[in-house]
Design a protein around this ligand. Structure first.
Ligand SMILES: *Cc1c(COP(=O)(O)O)cnc(C)c1O
Length: 357
């Protein structure tokens, strides 16, 4: 158990109006969580303080060699004002898997979840309530030694900041166009692809710029060796419904093990669908599409939950999926997952965690 010291703000900020457009990641709440790590002492001084700037030496290691990690989850408010998290223990576990890869000290899972709950509880009045909105939670760790040598840092900061966010889809699920990147790659096996760390995103920006220049909203990455097998989308895992079966790339070390991915697999299996986690080549997709067997394509991730794909571009081929419309499986997954998250459906898997008790 962390002994969290709480300093409340004396100057609360004005909250956004009830139906103001929130967007994503631009508005921050009144408080944040911070905890320090010092070699020999471990994690110490857990505290909740007013949201504020931090001051670091320009030589702080995180600025130079990118030793940092982050997580992403959400808090949802139900119709009767209960506040829920969705499988936060999974974020805690993934934090430590990422930390191992980046030589960052582990945080006990229960401390991670306790810190998230504590800061969300303090700012629970910031959780928006219009349909589809939520409070985005961003835990992260940065290396803070003042040192230009290449080595793991001896000091770190763990912080949690909170951002009210708007509905990902303003007017119902909307299929997106996706660019299969054939030149650049995001990650390789043995690299950091399975870790949630800024470096993977830095490597992905150039592909995103290419996709946006061609009016595609997201990039689908191929494997880093043969550039032939499907990996994942920028910040989402990817699923295909091919000839009645649900197919998704297996976790091979270079893709991020999404919690929404795991939940999608469990839901599909509970509905009696065949789910295959395996290698999928672009050629297989092109073939399936030609034969009319590529029934649905969708991304999964905390931000969008389920993101139906209407169009997939690969070099000179543009595959139209399900006539550019939302498929029934995508819609059912979205309705079920959000129903559980907002407390509208029965939580048969035990995924919901209440804040404030
Ligand atoms: C966070 C993330 C995902 C989705 O993970 P969820 O736990 O479902 O939100 C997928 N891919 C990448 C690269 C990510 O960073």
């Amino acid at each position: 158990m962390l002994d969290i010291k709480i300093t409340k703000t004396t100057a609360p900020k004005e909250k956004p109006a009830k139906d103001a457009p929130l967007g994503f990641g631009k508005i921050f709440t009144d408080h944040m969580f911070i905890m320090n790590y010092t070699e020999g002492q471990g994690w110490h001084d857990p505290r909740i303080v007013p949201f504020q700037n931090i001051s670091l030496s320009p030589a702080a290691m995180v600025y130079h060699y990118g030793q940092e990690m982050f997580e992403g989850l959400k808090a949802y408010k139900s119709d009767n004002d209960e506040v829920y998290l969705f499988r936060p223990d999974m974020n805690a576990k993934r934090t430590n898997n990422t930390n191992t890869r980046l030589c960052i000290p582990h945080i006990p899972e229960e401390d991670f979840v306790q810190a998230v709950k504590a800061v969300v509880d303090i700012d629970r009045d910031w959780i928006p309530t219009t349909p589809g909105t939520s409070l985005y939670i961003r835990p992260f760790i940065i290396a803070t030694d003042e040192f230009l040598g290449v080595a793991p840092s001896n000091t770190y900061l763990f912080m949690i900041i909170l951002s009210p966010s708007g509905a990902y889809y303003e007017s119902g699920l909307e299929p997106v166009g996706i660019w299969i990147e054939d030149e650049y790659v995001r990650a390789v096996r043995g690299g950091m692809g399975f870790a949630k760390t800024g470096g993977n995103y830095a490597a992905s920006l150039i592909g995103q710029v290419k996709a946006h220049n061609d009016n595609y909203s997201q990039v689908l990455w191929l494997d880093g060796v043969e550039r032939k097998y499907i990996e994942e989308v920028g910040s989402m895992n990817i699923f295909f419904k091919i000839d009645g079966k649900v197919v998704t790339p297996m976790l091979n070390g270079s893709i991020l093990p999404g919690i929404t991915r795991d939940s999608t697999i469990k839901l599909c299996k509970s509905w009696g669908l065949d789910v295959e986690e395996r290698r999928i080549s672009v050629d297989e997709l092109l073939e399936a599409q030609k034969n009319g067997k590529l029934e649905e394509v969708f991304g999964t991730g905390t931000a969008a939950v389920i993101s139906p794909v209407g169009k997939l571009r690969y070099v000179d081929d543009v595959m139209l999926i399900n006539n550019g419309e939302i498929g029934p499986l995508s819609q059912k997954l979205y309705d079920t997952m959000t129903g559980i998250q907002y407390g509208k459906l029965e939580d048969t898997f035990g995924w919901r965690v209440k804040v404030g008790e």
